[in-house]
Ligand binder design. Structure first.
Ligand code: GLV
Ligand code: MN
Ligand code: MN
Length: 430
């Protein structure tokens, strides 16, 4: 797509309403609030549905044209001068991890809402339509499957990736999708026609320590690290913990423990920037029978390996798989690997990156050009439309935790820049 600069003025006088932005952010944070200020809105939970309802209500009040697709992704459209031109999509997600923070995803959705509300209020009509978007199920905490809603919109959900996606209670993601009329054979029917989209913008908290360390209020994202994820099931023999001699045991949990240490050791070897900055985590585990007086017969664990460099990530995954086989052979137990998802790192749009730089420069705001270690809906949207992301600092780099925090001043600045860039992109004629 070729963009030509428009003659329409882009205005610096149009300012978001900071109080309203922070008020709405607080209102959403109260949905699913728990101990120590944690927030839990797992995908398809009542709390997550309530947060989506809140957004729909706000969109109605502004008078946006609302469209909700089969999975529950919400699109609230503000028309442009030219209703027939492709829309600029702006948003993020409202679901959270288990015991997460207030800002991951939510800030991006509410900032997009505030930006569009400001345009509406000021009767500032752009050339193209703008859509505030809330994607369903960005977080993988429940099913081990991330960016669900945006992956469907991008046509990137494949039946093979759903085979082992299930929550801790055993509920299969595929069954939930089926209950919404989404089956193996119509997964791609939810793909949105790329010709209806001009670009995708997402404002998000950094979730890492770089901006704080460099004392920069804004990050502009170059690329997004992608995960390789799988579950490993070690099956040994459950047995009596008092009568079974040590040399006769087939302890699945001890095998799993070896693997946990191996994931750390292998990833450390590849954690340097020069080696691909690979990170790896075992974040969930289930043990059976899970009692004090029985040898664990079964241990199932999740492995999440990520990098900005596809090659390094693949190399690490191969080493981890080799170690799984070696542990099972040596301990004479069974190991099964269940693939969840394998994705490549995603570069964001270079022209939009330049445009975001110009937006920062015209307000004299210092910015950092940086990759994202966390996953985002933008990584899926980038496959169907030019996509770009803005980051704001996270205190001590902490996220996916109740300690997640971003300063109100930074949130407001991020939202203002989001509005500036919406005006710039929305007024470009294609
Ligand atoms: C999303 O938050 C992720 O897990 O990167
Ligand atoms: Mn997250
Ligand atoms: Mn997020």
């Amino acid at each position: 797509m070729r963009f030509v600069k428009s003659e329409r003025p882009h205005s610096h006088d149009i300012a978001i309403n900071k109080r309203r932005l922070l008020r709405d952010l607080n209102a959403v944070s109260r949905i699913g609030i728990g101990n120590h200020g944690s927030v839990t809105r797992l995908v398809f939970s009542i709390k997550e549905l309530r947060s989506r309802q809140f957004l729909i209500h706000q969109m109605r009040q502004i008078g946006l044209q609302i469209h909700i697709d089969r999975i529950g992704n919400i699109f609230g459209k503000l028309d442009g001068h030219n209703a027939k031109t492709p829309a600029l999509l702006v948003g993020s997600h409202l679901d959270t991890v288990l015991h997460g923070g207030k800002f991951d995803g939510t800030m991006g959705v509410i900032a997009a809402l505030e930006a569009v509300r400001t345009l509406r209020e000021q009767k500032f009509t752009l050339e193209s339509p703008v859509e505030v978007v809330c994607f369903v199920g960005e977080e993988s905490s429940r099913f081990g499957y991330s960016t669900l809603g945006s992956s469907l919109v991008a046509g990137e959900v494949h039946a093979k990736d759903l085979a082992y996606a299930a929550d801790a209670q055993g509920t299969k993601l595929a069954d939930i999708l089926a209950s919404m009329g989404i089956y193996r054979n119509n997964l791609r029917s939810m793909r949105r026609d790329p010709s209806t989209m001009k670009a995708y913008l997402e404002l998000h908290i950094e979730q890492g320590p770089i901006l704080e360390a460099k004392k920069k209020p804004i990050g502009i994202v170059t690329s997004i690290a992608a995960p390789t994820r799988f579950r490993v099931v070690f099956t040994g023999q459950a047995d009596h913990s008092g009568t079974t001699p040590m040399e006769m045991r087939k302890d699945a949990l001890v095998a799993a423990s070896e693997l946990i240490v191996a994931v750390e050791e292998i990833c450390r070897r590849y954690s340097h920037m020069a080696k691909g900055r690979v990170v790896g985590t075992v974040g969930a585990m289930k043990i059976e029978p899970g009692v004090i007086n029985a040898i664990p017969g079964k241990a199932e664990l999740s492995v999440d390996i990520r990098s900005i460099t596809a090659d390094a990530k693949r190399r690490v995954a191969r080493l981890v798989h080799a170690r799984i086989r070696e542990i099972a052979r040596r301990r004479k137990i069974r190991a099964e690997t269940l693939p969840l998802r394998e994705e490549d790192p995603v570069p964001l749009d270079r022209r939009l990156i330049r445009l975001l730089q110009e937006c920062c420069e015209s307000r004299n705001i210092a910015y950092e050009i940086m990759p994202s270690g966390a996953g985002h809906d933008a990584m899926q949207m980038a496959k169907v439309t030019p996509a770009a992301m803005l980051f704001i600092p996270s205190r001590r780099g902490i996220s996916h935790s109740p300690l997640e925090w971003s300063e109100p001043e930074d949130i407001c600045l991020g939202a203002q820049l989001l509005l500036d860039s919406i005006i710039r992109i929305g007024n470009e004629t294609t």
